[in-house]
Design a protein around this ligand. Structure first.
Ligand code: OAD
Length: 269
């Protein structure tokens, strides 16, 4: 179908009606929903400390094995960056929709906690969380406070080149349970399987939904990108909210072009 602008009252009206009628809606979110909070998306160029690296270079088990300190430092830096930003109008509009329609399920590829901090309940974090950690060998969960670790490293040499360098060389602790493995982020890296429960819950929700709204994902990372097709297969309309065309756009029932922070409040307000 042809894309419509969010300012197009007919398109917004049609999707609003779907939203009012939906009894089992599902929202599937990607990095774009957090972009207006200041969290860079994956396919944006990185800036600052990490501009030399692409996420694909850092988000793998091989990268962690080759240079645990570099990968650990990147994740702790991201966790701290997310702690410093706030949910935006898009997160808040989704939380308000869920407050009105508690059957609304949110499935996210994001490893931030901005849906939760906006007051929403997330059914499924498909790719894990920046705030959960486990042993790379025995899988035992580990307690780590990313802000405290980064703040300690910063205080050693505040503002200096050496201080910045130190932030890229934090050491992952040894697992307190097995004393063999390094602690790693509980995040799905490229080439790894999704957590069984998160994936199963997401699949079930999509198969049972009567409306799916896909927000801020490029739709190129599998298997998450297959989820909208489960909804379509179940006969549910699927709506895309994204400022740009994506790999999913052609299959969508409706496309609303624009940033989540503008489109979602207009749709759900
Ligand atoms: P991407 O970075 O691939 O795509 C972000 C999408 O958000 C793009 O389609 C943008 O057009 C869109 N976008 C940008 N600003 C937006 C805004 N203000 N409102 C709405 N949309 C906006 O991110 P994902 O699709 O989430 O996996 O990436 C999927 C997975 O790839 C991530 O979860 C991550 C990455 O590798 C893991 O870490 C395992």
């Amino acid at each position: 179908m042809s894309p419509t602008q969010p300012s197009d009252p007919a398109a917004l009206g049609a999707v609003r009606r779907l939203i009012l009628e939906a009894e089992r809606p599902v929202v599937l979110t990607g990095a774009g929903v957090s972009a207006e909070s200041g969290v860079p998306t994956f396919r944006d160029a990185q800036t600052g400390l990490w501009e030399r690296y692409s996420p694909e270079q850092l988000a793998t088990a091989e990268a962690f094995a080759a240079d645990p300190s570099l990968v650990w430092s990147w994740y702790l830096w991201r966790a701290r960056m997310v702690r410093a930003v706030e949910p935006n109008a898009g997160h808040r509009a989704l939380a308000a929709w869920q407050a009105r329609t508690p059957a609304l399920r949110i499935v996210t590829q994001n490893v931030d906690d901005l849906h939760e901090r906006a007051g929403a309940d997330v059914l499924s974090h498909l790719h894990g969380s920046l705030f959960a950690f486990r042993c790379a060998e025995c899988d035992t969960p580990a307690d780590v406070d990313p802000s405290a670790v980064v703040a300690l490293a910063e205080s050693a040499a505040p503002g200096s080149e050496a201080g910045l360098e130190a932030l890229m060389h934090l050491e992952p602790p040894l697992c307190a349970a097995c004393r063999r493995g390094r602690v790693r982020p509980d995040i799905v890296w490229f080439g790894e399987l999704l957590p069984e429960r998160a994936w199963g819950d997401a699949q079930a929700a999509l198969e049972e939904c009567d409306l799916c709204v896909v927000v801020g994902t490029s739709g190129v990372v599998q298997p998450a990108a297959s989820l909208p097709f489960l909804a379509l297969g179940a006969g549910a309309p699927v709506v895309e909210v994204n400022p740009d065309r994506t790999a999913l756009s052609d299959a969508m029932t409706h496309v609303l072009r624009g940033p989540a922070g503008t489109v979602l409040p207009a749709l759900l307000g």
